[in-house]
Design a protein around this ligand. Structure first.
Ligand SMILES: Nc1ncnc2c1ncn2[C@@H]1O[C@H](COP(=O)(O)OP(=O)(O)OP(=O)(O)O)[C@@H](O)[C@H]1O
Ligand SMILES: [Mg+2]
Length: 350
């Protein structure tokens, strides 16, 4: 059906995002069908990211961080359904609503890998044990750039392996994943994602499986490469310490919602939501005595089934106002420019 001029203009307007943004997620909801019930894993999440920005997505296990990021990447399994908008600025400048794209369709496949890449917690699962590291990295380049020859792809892989600090790349390129240590594999994975020079990277707990010294090296490497390649990074972690060193802004997620959002400085120095305060209190302190126990937020993240429209955190919250937090929808309050919180405590402050 031919669209009228007015309809076409409205459709175009709906797909515009701020010029400095690469991504705008608007009211994203993801439901997951499990046997005879439905999980509301993501419940109306909105955030945006500037080009070159690193946004930390933090929260306890089961809060919906991975489901959110997989919705952006278009790799959630078939039992998941997404609503809302994920507006993404492609390398060509075109804005696309990724929610409307078929996950396995040609457009999404062209975006994944070449424009948007993801690195996971466990690098071993991202490589096939049957092919050499060099073959697997070259294949990504050849897939997305059909005009590139095998020889050119191999040269680029060598260059990338060197860039991510893998010593002796001429030898390593022909080795299999089992011949790499965990830290080296994570470096190879970063090289794989750099091969196509993506604008946008999702790093889902990229260093959790590594020992502390290697973690620090990989994080330094990511920061260095981000500067060089100018990528935007959605950095998912449990670890607020890592957020402080890696991110510009932080979104704190609880039970499928962003409960607080702000710059690293705002979140660390002026946290407002009792959940954010609890996460920060549970970080070990330099001057903490050995006898002093670490603070723990009571209770666990429940399964998000039949979620009422109230604060998800109320039954674990020390500040819960009965009759308010447990029964009414909580709106977003502005603490200061760029700092938002979903908590009625803000209402009481006036
Ligand atoms: N494929 C799936 N099938 C069923 N439930 C799922 C699936 N994926 C996620 N969930 C559920 O959705 C909710 C959000 O999960 P998600 O993996 O996004 O959490 P997370 O914040 O990434 O946690 P973690 O820090 O442990 O990685 C959880 O309740 C989880 O059990
Ligand atoms: Mg996860």
């Amino acid at each position: 059906m031919k669209k009228s001029k007015k309809q076409a203009r409205i459709a175009q307007e709906a797909l515009s995002i701020a010029p400095e943004h690469i991504l705008e997620v608007r009211d994203l909801k993801v439901d997951i069908k499990v046997d005879d019930y439905t999980l509301n894993a993501v419940r109306g999440v909105s955030f945006s990211m500037k080009k070159g920005e690193t946004l930390g997505l933090v929260g306890e296990s089961g809060c919906g961080k991975s489901v959110t990021s997989k919705a952006v990447m278009g790799i959630n399994p078939d039992n998941c359904s997404a609503r809302g908008q994920i507006l993404y600025r492609r390398k060509s400048g075109e804005i696309m609503d990724l929610v409307q794209l078929e996950q396995d369709g040609p457009t999404y496949r062209a975006i994944r890998g070449a424009e948007m890449a993801m690195i996971f917690q466990e690098p071993m699962t991202s490589f096939s044990p049957l092919y050499t590291i060099g073959n697997q990295l070259s294949e990504i380049i050849l897939l997305h750039e059909p005009a590139t020859t095998k020889e050119q792809a191999r040269m680029r892989v060598l260059e990338m392996l060197e860039k991510v600090g893998i010593a002796n790349p001429e030898k390593r390129i022909d080795q299999y994943p089992h011949e790499f240590s965990g830290g080296m594999l994570q470096r190879a994975l970063i090289a794989m994602m750099l091969c196509c020079n993506p604008d946008f990277l999702i790093a889902d707990e990229p260093t959790t499986a590594l020992d502390v010294t290697i973690q620090a090296q990989i994080l330094d490497l990511m920061k260095l490469l981000q500067k060089e390649f100018g990528m935007s990074i959605l950095f998912i972690t449990h670890d607020l310490g890592t957020v402080a060193s890696m991110c510009d802004n932080v979104a704190v997620m609880y039970l499928g919602e962003i409960v607080e959002y702000g710059s690293v400085h705002q979140i660390f120095h002026n946290p407002q939501h009792p959940y954010t305060k609890g996460l920060l209190r549970s970080l070990p302190k330099m001057n903490q005595s050995r006898e002093e126990k670490l603070y723990v937020i009571d209770g666990i993240v429940p399964l998000p089934v039949n979620m009422p429209p109230c604060c998800g955190f109320y039954d674990r919250c020390e500040k819960c106002v009965k009759g308010v937090c447990d029964c009414q929808a909580i709106r977003e309050y502005t603490v200061e420019p760029g700092h938002f919180v979903r908590c009625v405590m803000m209402e009481q402050r006036g």
